[in-house]
Structures are given as C-alpha cells and as structure tokens.
Design a protein around this ligand. Structure first.
Ligand code: ZN
Length: 327
C-alpha cells in the first residue's frame, strides 16, 4: 500500500554504502543522526493497553478482521473483494446507516478494473463533513491475506459505524472505504495506487461536496501487535498534533513515538485539493517492516488491542475535533 518517499534513502545509500531497506532510512536518521554503524536499541516502552470501559468494542471489530481475511487476497475487481464489499455493506446496513457506492474505472497499468468506494453517511447537527477513511482492497500476491493491510482499518470503520449510529453527532461523518489503494505493477500514484481516493476527491471537487469536507482522518495498518505510530509529515500539522495530544490525554502515552516519516496514502488526493488530513499509520510492521506486503501479514501478527486503541482514539476524538472544525 503506502510508500515513503525514498529520496533520503538514495542519498544515504550513496553516502554510506549501506544496504538499508527503503523503509528504514529516516528511522536510522532519527535514531543516531547518520544511519551508520550499529543502531542503538530503542528504549523499551510499556505496552499500550486499551482503556477499560471504552465504548469501542475491540472484540466486535476483530470479528470483522477475521471475516474479511477469511477470503484471502481482495484485489480490486476480484470476486473476493466483491464478497468483502457485500460483508461491509451488510454490516453497515445492520447499523441502519445510509450507504452509497461510488463506481469508477480503476485504470491500472495493465488494464481497467471496476473500482467501488463505499461511503457510509451519518448525519450530524451540522452539514459540514468529517471523513474517516480506510482502504479495503489488498495487494495481489500469492497466499496474501492482508490482515493488517486491508482488514484491520476497514474493520475499525465498521465498528465506528455502529458506535456513531448510537450517538448524536455535532457534524456529519462519512466513513469511506477506499478501493484501489494498492499498486498493480509498482507504486506510482495516481497512475498505479491511490486510484479510489483520487477518484473520490476529484468527484467531490467537481460536485462541490468537497467544500463541505472539513477534515479527513485516515487509518491504515493499525493492527500491529507492537503498536507504535509514526509522525506522518505529509499530514496537516495542526490535525496531526491534535491526535498526538488527544492520545496523551486519553492515556495512550507514547502512541506516536516511532519517529517521523512521510507516507503517500489515501489522504494525499484530499490534501492536494485543500482538505486538512491526517494519516494514523503504524508503518513499521514486524521486524524491519518485514510483515508488510508479505504472507506474514496474517492474523497471527495483528491483535484486537491495537485495533481497540486506535478505534477508541478516533471515536472519542470526534466531538473535540468537531468543536475545532466548526469554529
Ligand atoms: Zn499495502
């Protein structure tokens, strides 16, 4: 899915001659300043636990993860993604939430496939819109199931739909399940990757809907057993800091303690069109990010507690965030 810009990596490789992975470079910079020599062990931090008594039901959310993963890889246009979509829509329907489908041509390098974004709308006291998004397609790889990359985040959104259906909302919330986030040949958005979010952002710009959108909160890769989010520097500064502060207030100290990075993800098409956006992402999945885009992205390597923590954070941030957005 997402990809960090590799500019600094190339520079470091040239300077140091190190066999750094493309996704370890800025961490190396953050940890000791030059990425050379043995890396110091990161300080041990206590494992974060979900708050007792929180409304967000992590067990229910994790059932959705298990259901989505059971069908294997869910590539754009595939029968498996069709079944995943039916599952998501059925769950949203059972919450009594309005569901709209956004059909588009996913023009991938090797051909066009049918793309479908799912949009669940929960009307609030005001018409201004807060979008909470996640992609639900997965990479197309043999034996890949995408437990974290394509299941934990949409599962979180399904549980959010249930929780929000029980509440009075200060502003309208749209839960968007993006299709065609993944690349087909090689990461090169919006030609190859971010096709669904690019389509929807442009559609909403044309229809004027984008003027109502006050912010986008994207969740991605949030089920890692060792949950530790990076500060994502493409995100809008004030919105990123809002979530960092909110995590501290809620007792999730050290949630954002894995250094800084830049990630191209489904928030980019909205940022480019002037929408404040943040990517809540733990882009360090397994040792040296080894589980990412591998068969090891499976149910063994994700856990309900991590989904619960991010679910709790997002759910209980909506009211204070709306207060800021509606000022
Ligand atoms: Zn991916």
């Amino acid at each position: 899915m997402t990809r960090r810009r590799a500019l600094i990596c190339g520079l470091l490789l040239a300077l140091c001659g190190l066999a750094l992975t493309p996704y370890g470079c800025s961490d190396a910079i953050n940890s000791n300043g030059n990425g050379n020599g043995p890396q110091p062990r990161p300080p041990q931090r206590p494992k974060l636990l979900p708050r007792e008594g929180m409304a967000f039901r992590m067990d229910a959310a994790f059932e959705h993860v298990v259901a989505l993963v059971s069908d294997g890889a869910r590539t754009t246009g595939s029968p498996a993604l069709h079944r995943a979509r039916s599952y998501i829509i059925d769950e949203l329907d059972s919450c009594g939430v309005q569901v709209d489908l956004d059909f588009f041509d996913a023009n991938y390098p090797r051909g066009t496939r049918p793309g479908i974004n799912i949009i669940a709308t929960l009307p609030g006291a005001r018409p201004e819109v807060l979008v909470i998004g996640a992609h639900y397609d997965t990479k197309d790889m043999p034996d890949f199931v995408g437990a974290n990359d394509g299941a934990t985040a949409p599962a979180l959104l399904i549980e959010l739909a249930y929780q929000l259906s029980l509440r009075s909302l200060p502003m309208t919330v749209k839960l968007v399940f993006f299709d065609a986030e993944e690349a087909e040949v090689g990461w090169d958005p919006p030609r190859d990757g971010l096709l669904g979010s690019t389509h929807l952002a442009e559609l909403w710009r044309k229809t004027g809907e984008l003027e109502n959108v006050r912010a986008l909160v994207l969740v991605d890769l949030i089920g890692d057993r060792d949950l530790n989010l990076k500060t994502e520097l493409n995100s809008t500064g004030w919105l990123r800091r809002f979530f960092e502060q909110r995590a501290d207030e809620m007792g999730y100290l050290g949630l954002f303690s894995d250094g800084e990075t830049r990630v191209d993800d489904d928030h980019i098409p909205f940022l480019k069109r002037g929408v404040a956006a943040v990517d809540l992402i733990d882009f360090n999945y397994g040792p040296e990010n080894r589980y990412w885009h591998s068969v090891e992205d499976n149910l063994t390597n994700v856990c309900k507690e991590s989904v619960g923590i991010i679910g709790d954070l997002v759910l209980e941030s909506i009211d204070p965030l709306a207060e800021k957005l509606l000022r």
